[in-house]
Ligand binder design. Sequence first.
Ligand SMILES: [Zn+2]
Length: 110
Amino acid sequence: MFDEADARDALPKAVAAQRKIATFNSGIKISAHVADVVPANIRELLHGADLVLDATDNFETRYLLNDYAVEQNVPWIYTAAIGAYAVTMNILPGETACLACLFPNRLAEL
Ligand SMILES: [Zn+2]
């Protein structure tokens, strides 16, 4: 999603991702929001989303995404990376375990 030019220009992740994704398919509409996702704005930011792709860097936000996705029955993809190690997990509400099912201790760091 990001390259050296994005880093050099200190481009917000959402804007860099928007630009990159737009090169994949010119027929899609992308709305970038440069904002912290918090309980007060998650419904506004994610309203109408068909899929939530986690690119966050903290578990507080991931659990917030999880709770929203489960409540709204929206699939989401958990992602995490440190150095050369990365994990992903597809969460389909009602079909798979969610983040809170697998890691009920919300203070745990993976
Ligand atoms: Zn669950």
